[in-house]
Design a protein around this ligand. Structure first.
Ligand code: 9MR
Length: 385
């Protein structure tokens, strides 16, 4: 399995101690001390004994909470009859995949598209392999929900990206507030990553190290500790560092480059860089340059969480611009041999994380809320052709 990462903006935008949890946020579970009621339009739903999540209420708008307008455009949609993974493989990529999440798996039409391995050759669990889901109490590992996704991938003949091992978010309080000393926390990271394999979002946007329980206690040493433990656990697993806002050249991409070079010179296992790709219609960074620069380090590169959001409501012009932007991103990966695959952060606007986090924005995925392909789908196909 491979590692992926996360999004710092969430910390700023999701009120951690709010009386009501926002849509998609955690609202319950063993050990949870945060809000247990959900914002209007969403319902606290049990994922497992350790994790309940505010999910949009069924029957209404899929955006919930903020009441953001959804796409009402009747613009010409996708005309392509191609299948994305088939096109990606024909273009020399390892896969084109999608994120998914356990609560969505009761939606049969959704699962039918997700499970078509000509459409998606890889899946990433959106939540159920994160620390709060897999080790909610110290030493108590629960893989039930994660295994559901792993089993689905296996049944479908799809690759799986493990998401994720070490991340500041969705971290149970026994880790974040345990006041562990260096040797205790090192051992906790090693133990957790014994079954996983990831470093997630180590840097702030200016390239400085992110302050969290791992860096504040262990300094940079948490990175080799997690990577070495993961390699020991599974020598054949590809080990990734994953982050956002590294899609184009800048301080954060430079910091990650320096980290990878430093790991390589110390013989710490590092196989890949995950570039998340949470982008905005009309402002796509120079990914071609940056993906090539990462690949030149001698590691794999993958676009791990692609979506391209817009200010709602969507219009014909925005959907066409989004199509062009998807094509540009895919072409960037296509132009770099070391860019091995692309994962969209769920394929449909029906289950996108965007509207609940960025008020008034959405329509970021290549399928719309009714599971109908959008022009963006054709942009992906064109980028691989
Ligand atoms: O898609 C995930 C959403 O369901 C969760 O509520 C959210 C909260 O942590 O995390 C989302 O996934 C994030 C991923 O794990 C890391 N990169 C950013 C993704 C979007 O926030």
């Amino acid at each position: 399995m491979k590692l992926s990462a996360s999004f710092a903006a969430l910390l700023a935008l999701v009120p951690i101690a709010a009386a009501q949890q926002s849509v998609w946020g955690q609202c319950g579970g063993i050990g949870w001390t945060g809000p247990t009621t959900c914002a209007s339009g969403s319902t606290c739903t049990v994922s497992n004994p350790y994790y309940s999540q505010c999910l949009p209420s069924t029957g209404g708008s899929s955006t919930g909470g903020g009441g953001s307008p959804t796409s009402t455009s009747s613009a010409p949609g996708s005309t392509s009859t191609a299948k994305l993974n088939s096109v990606a493989k024909a273009a020399g990529k390892l896969y084109l995949g999608s994120a998914t999440d356990n609560p969505e798996l009761t939606d049969q039409p959704y699962v039918a598209i997700l499970s078509d391995n000509e459409q998606f050759g890889q899946i990433t669990p959106g939540n159920s392999m994160k620390w709060d889901a897999t080790e909610p109490e110290q030493g108590v590992f629960t893989f039930t929900q994660g295994d559901v996704i792993a089993d689905l991938a296996k049944t479908n003949g799809q690759l799986l990206r493990g998401h994720n091992c070490v991340w500041y978010n969705q971290l149970p309080s026994w880790v974040s507030s345990g006041n562990f000393n260096v040797s205790e926390l090192t051992s906790i990271v090693e133990n957790h990553c014994n079954a996983w394999d990831v470093i997630n979002e180590a840097f702030n946007d200016d390239g400085t190290w992110r302050s969290d329980v791992f860096y504040d206690t262990l300094g940079e040493a948490f990175v080799p500790a997690a990577l070495n433990a993961a390699r020991t656990a599974d020598p054949s697993t590809k080990l990734y560092i994953n982050d956002y806002n590294i899609e184009g050249p800048g301080a954060k991409a430079t910091a990650l480059t320096n980290l990878v070079q430093s790991l390589q010179s110390s013989n710490v296992p590092i196989d890949g860089i995950g570039v998340q790709g949470h982008l905005i219609v009309g402002s796509i960074p120079d990914m071609k340059t940056q993906l090539a620069a990462f690949a030149s380090l001698g590691v794999e590169v993958a676009i791990t969480e692609l979506d391209i959001r817009m200010t709602l409501p969507s219009t014909d012009a925005l959907l066409q611009q989004q199509k062009t932007n998807y094509q540009t991103v895919i072409e960037a990966c296509q132009s770099v041999a070391g860019c091995i695959g692309i994962t969209v952060w769920d394929y449909t606007d029906k289950y996108s994380w965007v509207p609940s986090t960025f008020s008034g924005q959405g329509a970021a995925c290549p399928w719309d809320e009714n599971l109908v392909q959008k022009p963006a789908f054709d942009g992906i196909v064109a980028g691989l052709s």
